[in-house]
Every structure is written in structure tokens, then in C-alpha cells.
Design a protein around this ligand. Structure first.
Ligand code: KG4
Ligand code: ZN
Length: 411
């Protein structure tokens, strides 16, 4: 008689749960279906996807308007809004896909990194859901999901270089597999989206007739179109540090000083729209783009020197909320053209947070049979969680000098 251990027994019952069940009235045939849930920051998102990456139904509730009104994200407010919306958002995604909970193969949910109170709502909801319906659970790393979204849209194989820029993150990594990343650089202080949001707030862009519904980054991109990026010269951060890390706090300080100076010159109080707001937006966006482009250029050279990318069709993926910015995309296009890489950016709706990217990450894990848990396993959320193996010290030690490239970014 063979002795079956407890863990073998659990593995078998997980295998049984992961088998394809034909979905009766749904849009899918016999493909395993994943429900993805995202609540790491200020978007409550859910989506149902089949194993081929087809989106069967999705729903997204953005808290942007409330946070704009409050002058930033207040974690307890974000938590309350997730609580109020998660049930409806998940139900909407299921209804739109015509899939019942019983027909799902697994539930994938963001559990790290992010705002503790926001992550907690999605995790608690998901754990209750998987236990009630006896479904496997796939805990998702939010940045892994941003990095992999592109594979839902393009036939892209590993390895590839990825620049992820959002309200909470700024990082360069080599994606070598679904759960295998080499971290080349990360932000030392704040993320570029956070900087743009804070500058927009300091400029009171909510009072601008074209900007009151836009995120800080969107508002700055819009105003920069009619601005002179050369009128105010900001120093590009970390010019003397030959690594792939980022820093935006010093730049924000330079911008704040300029705003104060202009307020004094124009004789207006803080909170008044300045007449030179377009030029400040253009100079801000330009300096952020230059900083991102230079660090990415060095990352490409490091990858080439260490054979980290394939010789055929090496690719840079740009994603995360700030990647929706067309000016930043153009800056990175100059780098990829100069270094012989292909640039891939998901469309804006997949760059910002959503449930689809989490469902897709669930599909990627399901295909590999990797990182899938039985419904009864307790999972904790992690507000801080680095992506992959950090080799930023090696990158710094390589001290790669950049050849000069004319970064003439078309407006
Ligand atoms: O990825 P995301 O939706 O949430 C986080 O994980 O942070 O990114 C949101 C960030 C915000 O800071 C927002 O200002 C920025 O992305 N953003 C932009 C643009 N659209 C959104 N930044 C620059 N240009 C844009 N068009
Ligand atoms: Zn994000």
C-alpha cells in the first residue's frame, strides 16, 4: 500500500480543482477561467479571463475624483470606497462574462505591494470568495502584473527589459520568467506619478478648466502641449550617479522653489493658477522624461554587456500609469531606436491599474502551474515587496558611462 502524505493529498485535490469545467451559458468553451481582483491603491477592478487571454467581462471603479477633491489619497477613505464597491465590481465582471463562480478555475488577487488598508479589502473579499466556492487562490504581485500585461497583447517571449513607472513605483527590471525578475534599479525616494500628482496639486491644476477631472500626470501632459519646455531649466536628477536607480524628490523641490518664486513675482497667493503654468508643466514633464530615458539607456547597455537580452528582437516594455504619457513614450523611443531595441507599451487603459492585468497574471501562473494555493491557505498582504532579485549594486559597480544621445523629443 502506498503511503499518501498530507501534502500529496492536498496537491491532488488542488489538481482536481484546477481541471477545466465546461462553462454552460458563458462566452467561453472549455478553457480554464480566472477571476482577477485588484485593490492595491485607488482602483477597484475585476475581470474574468479565459486561458487564451480573452477578456470575457470586466469592471472598474476609480476613486480618482474623491482623492482629487481631498488633495491626495487618504488610506482610510480608499479602504472605505473599496469596501463599498468590491462586491458590485466583482459581480459586474461575472455578469458581463456570463460566468458563475462555480465555473471559475481560480481567483487571482493583488496581495502586494500597495496601501495596506486597500490590499486588505481585496484579500479579505477574495479569501471569503474562494472558501465559499472552493476555488484555488493565486496571490499576485502588482508589479509582476504590470510587467506581464504586455504578453496578453503581443507574442513576447522572455527575457525582456521592463520600465515600470506609476504613482507608487519606478523600476527597471529584466523579466526572465513569470516569477523571475532581475531588479536593475528602483526609486530612492518617490515615484514619478507621485511627483507629477504633487506638482499638479501645488500648481492647483484642479482649478484649471481643462484639468479638474484629470490625474496629476494627465493634467501635466495636457498643459505641457502648449508650454515651452526650455523656459525653465531643471537639473536632471542623479547626473553623477552611474546606475539605474531613480530619484524625483529633488526635482520636486526645484519645481516648488520655482513656483514660489513665480507666485512672488506675479504677486499671487499659493493656490492661484500661475500664468506660466503651461511652461512649468512642459519643463517638469521634459525633465521626468529625460531622467527615465537616461536610466533606461544605461539599463540597456548593462543588459547588452551582460548578455541579459536575446540577440534577436530585444525588447523594452514600458508600463504602469505614467507610461500612458505620450511624451515619455517618445523619449524612450529615441533610446530604443539608438540601441536597436523594440519598444512595446500596452494601451493606456492597460497601463493604469485594472482587474484585467491581475486576471492575466493569474492565467500566466495557471499555465505554469506555479504559485497556486488551495482555498483554505491563509495569505497575508505585504505593503512593501521588492520585485525579483535586486542587482542594482552590481549595476552601480559597473559604472557604465552613457554615450551622448541627442534627446530631441518631439512635442
Ligand atoms: O499604475 P497606476 O494606475 O497606479 C499605481 O499603481 O500607482 O498609476 C497612476 C499614476 C498617477 O500618479 C497618475 O498621475 C499617473 O499614473 N498618470 C500619468 C498619466 N496618466 C496617469 N502620468 C503621466 N502622464 C499621464 N498621461
Ligand atoms: Zn499600478
Amino acid at each position: 500500500m502506498t503511503l499518501i502524505t498530507m501534502s500529496q493529498c492536498r496537491a491532488r485535490s488542488l489538481q482536481r480543482l484546477l481541471r477545466c469545467k465546461p462553462a454552460s451559458g458563458s462566452k467561453a468553451s472549455c478553457s480554464r477561467l480566472v477571476l482577477g481582483i485588484e485593490t492595491s491603491c485607488d482602483d477597484t477592478g475585476a475581470a474574468v479571463m479565459d486561458e487564451t487571454g480573452t477578456i470575457l467581462g470586466e469592471s472598474l471603479h476609480s476613486q480618482k475624483e474623491v482623492h482629487l477633491r481631498n488633495g491626495g489619497i487618504i488610506p482610510t477613505v480608499a479602504q472605505q470606497l473599496h469596501r463599498e464597491n468590491i462586491e458590485r465590481v466583482v459581480q459586474e465582471a461575472l455578469d458581463r462574462s456570463g460566468v458563475t463562480p462555480a465555473e471559475l478555475c481560480a481567483v487571482a488577487t493583488t496581495v502586494k505591494p500597495g496601501l495596506a488598508l486597500s490590499l486588505g479589502v481585496g484579500l479579505q473579499f477574495s479569501q471569503r470568495f474562494v472558501r465559499e466556492h472552493n476555488k484555488p487562490f493565486i496571490p499576485i504581485h502588482h508589479m509582476e502584473a504590470h510587467a506581464l500585461t504586455v504578453r496578453m497583447l503581443h507574442p513576447l517571449t522572455f527575457p525582456f527589459l521592463v520600465l515600470l513607472v506609476s504613482g507608487g513605483h519606478s523600476l527597471l527590471a529584466v523579466a526572465r520568467g513569470v516569477r523571475d525578475f532581475l531588479l536593475l534599479g528602483h526609486t530612492l525616494d518617490e515615484a514619478p506619478g507621485d511627483t507629477l500628482d504633487k506638482v499638479a496639486r501645488r500648481l492647483s491644476l484642479r482649478k484649471h478648466p481643462q484639468c479638474f477631472t484629470l490625474s496629476g500626470g494627465q493634467a501635466i501632459e495636457l498643459l505641457a502641449k502648449d508650454g515651452d519646455r526650455k523656459r525653465f531649466g531643471f537639473r536632471t536628477p542623479m547626473g553623477q550617479t552611474p546606475d539605474c536607480c531613480f530619484s524625483f524628490a529633488g526635482l520636486r523641490n526645484q519645481i516648488t522653489m520655482l513656483i514660489k518664486k513665480k507666485e512672488a513675482e506675479e504677486g499671487v497667493e499659493e493656490g492661484t493658477l500661475l500664468s506660466c503654468v503651461n511652461d512649468i508643466a512642459a519643463a517638469t514633464q521634459h525633465t521626468v522624461a529625460l531622467h527615465l530615458a537616461k536610466r533606461t539607456h544605461r539599463a540597456v547597455l548593462f543588459c547588452k554587456a551582460n548578455d541579459l537580452l536575446p540577440s534577436g528582437n530585444p525588447t523594452l516594455v514600458l508600463s504602469g500609469g505614467v507610461a500612458s504619457n505620450q511624451y515619455i513614450r517618445k523619449a524612450l523611443m529615441i533610446i530604443t531606436e539608438a540601441t536597436g531595441l523594440r519598444l512595446l507599451c500596452p494601451p493606456a487603459k492597460f497601463c493604469t491599474d485594472n482587474g484585467v492585468m491581475i486576471a492575466w497574471n493569474g492565467v500566466e501562473r495557471l499555465r505554469e502551474g506555479n504559485g497556486i494555493l488551495p482555498p483554505d491557505v491563509d495569505v497575508s498582504y505585504e505593503p512593501k515587496a521588492p520585485l525579483g532579485v535586486d542587482i542594482s549594486a552590481e549595476v552601480r559597480a559597473a559604472a557604465i558611462r552613457l554615450p551622448s544621445i541627442q534627446l530631441k523629443i518631439p512635442n
